[in-house]
Design a protein around this ligand. Structure first.
Ligand SMILES: C[S@@+](CC[C@H](N)C(=O)[O-])C[C@H]1O[C@@H](n2cnc3c(N)ncnc32)[C@H](O)[C@@H]1O
Length: 372
């Protein structure tokens, strides 16, 4: 393993969950981050010292940015327009994803790896067309593209059911997978997706010790108190208030924390502690995203902003694990390949699986055509 420190640049960085996961490995430094949300930007700047550009992605001048080894982005998911399908990518400038491509093109050197995070259903979004466009535009820039979904509780043990899609592009050409001399792609394919963990931690270790401020409690004067009181029976279990009903997650993990969970009425994470029924605090939501206990919130930030920032962010521990694989992937490009190493054997195995998958999907498509 080399002692090299690789450089990361972040788009749509929010509070910096992805950047933090990379930094926690001690194998990366962050060259710059960007976002246009003033409150998330404040939180970001409170916790990191790297250059931060609080700017709309559309006006960001990527030519001024230092080149990086890894470009990361948890970008907002939007459908590509119907007109764009017909006319090609030239018409897609309005889509935020295309701004990632613009940044790749404007940097003085293309990042060796692009690491993107999104909601799990980006794969099926708009009948699969959204992902196809993403894949094609990354391939056109020279990347071999992978898409895997992983879940916070399965892959880190942190008790949150958060399934997310991770799109990774490796700058070895779109067909890199079919040539084992492409060392980054061969290694990456052998190590990704991550292996699941055996054990899920208890919710309790993510809760604040002692009594939290009274404002978080739901008392008898709350319009839905009787309903909550009846449904929320267990301690150390997170329930979800879904406007008209309360849901308990049977897997013993917290439901997906969302950006709108602090706005009331919907997706609110609730627990019963010895003082009554209450919402999770913003700090607890950040804890359930794997942020460190000393992650700072700027003074006077409204709780609604903090809930949104936590829900919008990522599970840092999951990103850290991905970053470890990305580090080894980058390192693989610089090491001398040794035929028959474990990763190459795994790579070959996966390569065969992919070939079979491809054959099956072509077969299915052909059958579909016959039926039409
Ligand atoms: C899903 S969140 C990503 C959060 C981030 N991964 C984190 O750890 O906090 C998407 C982010 O994109 C930002 N965003 C949305 N539209 C933008 C735009 N036009 N220009 C710049 N940033 C934008 C939002 O402010 C938000 O922070």
């Amino acid at each position: 393993m080399s002692k090299k420190i690789y450089r990361v640049g972040g788009l749509f960085s929010g509070v910096g969950g992805i950047e933090l996961g990379f930094l926690e490995t001690n194998k990366f430094e962050v060259a710059w981050s960007t976002d246009n949300d003033p409150s998330a930007s404040e939180t970001h700047k409170e916790n990191f010292s790297h250059p931060f550009f609080e700017e709309d992605i559309y006006s960001l001048n990527a030519k001024q940015l230092e080149p990086v080894d890894v470009l990361v982005a948890g970008f907002p998911c939007q459908a590509f327009s119907v007109a764009g399908y017909r006319k090609g990518f030239e018409d897609e400038r309005g889509n935020v994803f295309f701004q990632i491509i613009r940044v790749i093109q404007e940097l003085s050197e293309k990042p060796k790896i692009v690491f993107l995070e999104n909601v799990k259903n980006i794969k099926g979004h708009d009948g699969g067309r959204t992902f196809k466009q993403i894949q094609k535009s990354l391939e056109d820039e020279g990347y071999c593209v992978f898409l895997e979904t992983m879940n916070t509780f399965k892959h880190t043990g942190i008790p949150q059911n958060r399934e997310r899609a991770f799109i990774v592009g490796i700058l070895e050409g779109k067909d890199a997978l079919f040539d084992l001399d492409n060392r980054m792609t061969s290694f990456f394919r052998s190590a990704f997706p991550l292996r699941a963990v055996d054990k899920v931690n208890s919710i309790k270790q993510y809760l604040e010790p002692g009594k939290v401020p009274e404002k978080y409690y739901y008392r008898e004067d709350k319009y839905n108190f009787d309903e909550l009181n009846e449904a929320i029976t267990k301690k150390d279990t997170v329930y979800q208030w879904r406007r008209v009903y309360v849901r308990e997650n049977k897997k013993g993990v917290c439901h997906t924390l969302t950006a709108n969970m602090g706005t009331g009425g919907h997706n609110v994470p609730l627990i019963r502690d010895k003082n009554g029924i209450r919402k999770l605090t913003p700090k607890e939501c950040f804890n359930l995203q794997g942020f460190p206990k000393d992650f700072k919130f700027p003074e006077n930030t409204a709780n609604s902003h903090l809930y949104k920032q936590a829900g919008n962010s990522v599970t840092v521990a999951l990103i850290r694990k991905c970053a470890d694989v990305i580090f080894e992937t980058l390192d693989a490009s610089e090491s001398v390949p040794v035929r028959g190493t474990k990763y190459q054997k795994n790579g070959i195995k996966k390569w065969f699986i992919i070939l079979i998958e491809k054959a099956v999907s072509i077969g299915r498509r052909k059958l579909g055509l016959l039926r039409n």
